[in-house]
Design a protein around this ligand. Sequence first.
Ligand SMILES: *Cc1c(COP(=O)(O)O)cnc(C)c1O
Length: 389
Amino acid sequence: MPTKPASRIELIPPYLFARIDKKKEEVRKKGMDLVDFGIGDPDIPTPANIIAKMKEAIDDPKNHRYPSYEGMPEFRQAAAAWYKRRFNVDLDAATEAVTLIGSKEGIAHMPWAYAQAGDVVLVPSPGYPVYRIATMFAGATPYIMPLKEENGFLPKYEDIPEEVLKKTKILFINYPNNPTGACADDSFYIKTLEMAKRYDILVCHDAAYSEIAYEGYRPKSILEFDRGKEHCVEFHSLSKTYCMTGWRIGFAVGNAQAIYNLGKLKTNIDSGAFQAIQYAGIEAMAGDQSSVAELNKRLEKRRDMIVEGFSSAFGIKVQKPRATYYIWAKVPGGLTSSDFCEKLIEETGIVVTPGSGFGDEGEGYFRISITIGEEKIAEAIKRLKSFKL
Ligand SMILES: *Cc1c(COP(=O)(O)O)cnc(C)c1O
């Protein structure tokens, strides 16, 4: 057996949350109860109608066989119908939609289909780590677009050198944004499409949080804008909207050629999503949507509790996000993200995520996930009162 793995494996940066995990373990051993705001995974169960559909589908032997690679026509039709209702965008289910085994799967595969050595992929920092790593796996070069608070955590395309843009094949964007909670306005999408046209770039918009929004805010799809379908693919996940993170189901829609090439690649890697899960996914998208409104109402309440608790404990101003599962806040007292997070765990048992884990531009920030129950949040706020920096 070779002792050395392939260089692409060695390219993967060290796991940035290892220090935090170690600290968590230490604190747990001391017998302290952790309050974990670290993970972006809802504590709320999948809605009952979706579970019921799964139970029915799993009993049917026709669902035990290999599914079609690109996804069941019925699932893709349900995704297209949901798009029409939600964004008023018309999609051809047969050519402009593909089922994914979670949106992460599609995001990770897209650079394989469109980028290679010598090509550039624009990736945001801080950002979902998969954009950068998948780019490196494909042999292409990630170009980091810093997301700065003073720019509303939107990339500044003007700052990207012309010679980089000329080599760019893919642009990854993600709004509502993980980890910053930032949202994009119309002018940002318009600017994005202008750049995509000028430099022939495939825009990959990660819309995992399009349905997790507060105070009546309704995030848009980039496909709503002129020429959206010419230049973009949008990734959707059922994970966050319907509390289905463990089920592994999502989809990509948009430019037919890009969808075809992603599907062609997938045909040679996975064999599609389990059909019973696709039936459950159809129920999620086509069935009763009241769980989504309830989820958002609940998360909004938690958001307000957390923002108030953390702001007053640290005497800092914490922005209320209009969407996503996340609150992004500045580290108080001039500590590094990691030092602050370690100290907080050690002294209070409260776990938050160091911003530096999402890229260098996340240094100086921490992320609080609002996916834990109200009682635990109240407990954390109580503990914060005695925390001294
Ligand atoms: C959770 C998340 C995903 C992945 O979702 P799955 O569909 O469960 O794979 C993709 N992008 C972002 C930004 C996320 O936070």
